[in-house]
Design a protein. Structure first.
Length: 223
């Protein structure tokens, strides 16, 4: 079982390429303390004023990680991906330092398998996941798509005609299509939770949850 970590725990981000820099920047925007690490001094200088701390260090070296206090972090993100050997070695070093949660970027299935075996708690496939998301968006009626598990997704879309103007309970959307409308976005209003009495209009957007196949089938209905 993965150890639960406090939501305000400082985060160690190793690698300041596009993925690592975006992760570190967003964490900083969320008021999380971040220590960003990269072997490239130019990248460290670029990000030194955008995150809490940025240092130059070779994370492939266990002693270098110890010197920057990596062992004191509860969460680490290994954002290096161009070198499989480097990302695996960095992950193994963090495991040796007993960092409780390690998120590691993988560039392929085999890379991810190695990362998991050396001790990464979470393996991320940003390129693959982005590709899958775009495929769903361009091939159907979805406006956004998020996969949470192998077969569970959330999708944003326009409502099909048969659920417009009636309550969700009366539309029978769950019994007919095995999906759940969990949220509704009306014009000039924020998203709100859907209830059985919620009536969807022609101008609304909806958030739908369900298995990948069921959501795809629902998204293909006449709009």
């Amino acid at each position: 079982m993965v150890e639960r970590i406090h939501g305000d725990s400082p985060v160690l981000v190793i690698g300041l390429g596009r993925y690592g820099a975006a992760c570190a920047g967003e964490l900083d925007r969320l008021d999380r303390d971040v220590l960003a690490v990269d072997a490239d001094l130019a990248l460290v200088q670029k990000w030194s004023e955008r995150v809490t701390h940025a240092v130059q260090a070779d994370a492939r070296n266990l002693e270098a990680l110890q010197q920057i206090g990596a062992q004191d972090f509860d969460v680490a993100v290994v954002a290096t991906g161009s070198s499989i050997e480097a990302s695996v070695l960095i992950t193994a070093n963090l495991v040796d330092l007993k960092v409780p949660q390690i998120w590691a970027k993988a560039t392929s299935q085999s890379h991810g398998k190695i990362l998991s075996r050396v001790g990464a708690n979470h393996v991320i496939y940003p390129e693959r996941e982005a590709g899958e998301r775009v495929a769903h968006l361009v091939s159907g009626q979805m406006l956004d798509f998020i996969r949470f598990d192998d077969d569970f997704v959330l999708a944003k879309m326009f409502p099909p005609k048969f659920i417009r103007g009636v309550s969700l309970a009366d539309s029978g959307v769950r019994t007919k299509y095995n999906v759940t409308v969990v949220g509704v976005k009306s014009p000039a209003r924020a998203f709100h939770y859907a209830e059985p009495t919620t009536v969807v209009t022609n101008h609304d957007l909806i958030i739908v949850s369900g298995t990948n196949a069921d959501v795809e089938r629902f998204a293909a209905l006449d709009r």
